[in-house]
Design a protein around this ligand. Structure first.
Ligand SMILES: Cc1cc2nc3c(=O)[nH]c(=O)nc-3n(C[C@H](O)[C@H](O)[C@H](O)COP(=O)(O)OP(=O)(O)OC[C@H]3O[C@@H](n4cnc5c(N)ncnc54)[C@H](O)[C@@H]3O)c2cc1C
Length: 203
């Protein structure tokens, strides 16, 4: 079994590497890789409203975003592609990319897991917003952008590498895998308190 091409792993900035039989990792989701899909969904452009806030770890907080715009968009085909991502924008500032961790069509929400950045010169605009967000707060949302993972049909194994920000994408991908696909992964998080358990289909 070939190991992934190292230059691909090294060049990937967020979701580090996807390597299956072809050994290819694409650092630019949606462009040129068979593992990533571009899809035309009825674009979500509107306001999302925080429905629920859950602490995942000391440095990761999950917000369930809903409201009429999100509910309408959830009726489109393909919203559950693992690792699809949206742009969140606060008060006319530049948008920031965030992965849809999971969708709940019944409840009409998408979950996003926000890394809370405490260590830089500032805490991060969206990160800081997510840290203090309460039910009823609103944020502009656009997407999903091109991106979303699909497994090549005859894949036997997958290699994933992720930092904390890419962990929601990696988790969504892992949970989507059929039983029997072998997973090799390298996840880098701040400390032991940031470890999370992974869910797999058994087989
Ligand atoms: C496709 C895609 C999907 C993503 N999915 C997620 C996701 O699901 N969850 C998530 O938390 N992030 C995710 N990110 C990363 C997120 O977009 C960035 O971390 C973004 O910069 C955060 O915006 P901000 O306004 O909080 O901080 P910014 O204004 O961009 O940065 C200000 C300060 O925040 C701190 N900071 C911001 N980002 C980082 C970082 N990655 N590492 C260390 N310090 C940082 C630094 O101190 C920085 O100086 C994703 C990025 C992409 C491209």
């Amino acid at each position: 079994m070939d190991i992934c091409k190292a230059e691909h792993i090294n060049s990937a900035s967020m979701l580090g590497a996807i390597c299956m039989r072809c050994g290819y990792a694409n650092p630019r989701p949606g462009i040129g890789s068979k593992q990533w899909v571009s899809f035309n969904l009825c674009d979500l452009r509107g306001r999302s409203i925080v429905q629920r806030c859950t602490g995942i770890t000391p440095r990761m907080r999950r917000l369930a975003l809903g409201g009429p715009d999100v509910v309408a968009w959830l009726k489109s085909d393909g919203v559950e592609f693992p690792a699809a991502w949206v742009k969140l924008r606060l008060d006319g500032r530049d948008g920031r990319g965030y992965t849809i961790r999971q969708v709940d069509k019944r409840e009409g929400t998408i979950d996003i897991d926000f890394v809370l950045h405490y260590d830089g010169p500032d805490n991060g605009t969206v990160s800081d917003w997510a840290r203090f967000a309460r039910p009823g707060d609103q944020v502009d949302i656009r997407g999903p952008r091109a991106g979303g993972f699909r497994l090549l049909p005859d894949s036997k194994w997958i290699w994933l590498a992720a930092d904390a920000c890419a962990l929601p994408a990696a988790q969504a991908i892992m949970e989507s895998l059929p039983a029997g696909v072998e997973v090799h992964a390298l996840f880098v998080v701040h400390d032991n308190d940031e470890r999370q358990s992974a869910r797999f289909r058994v087989g």
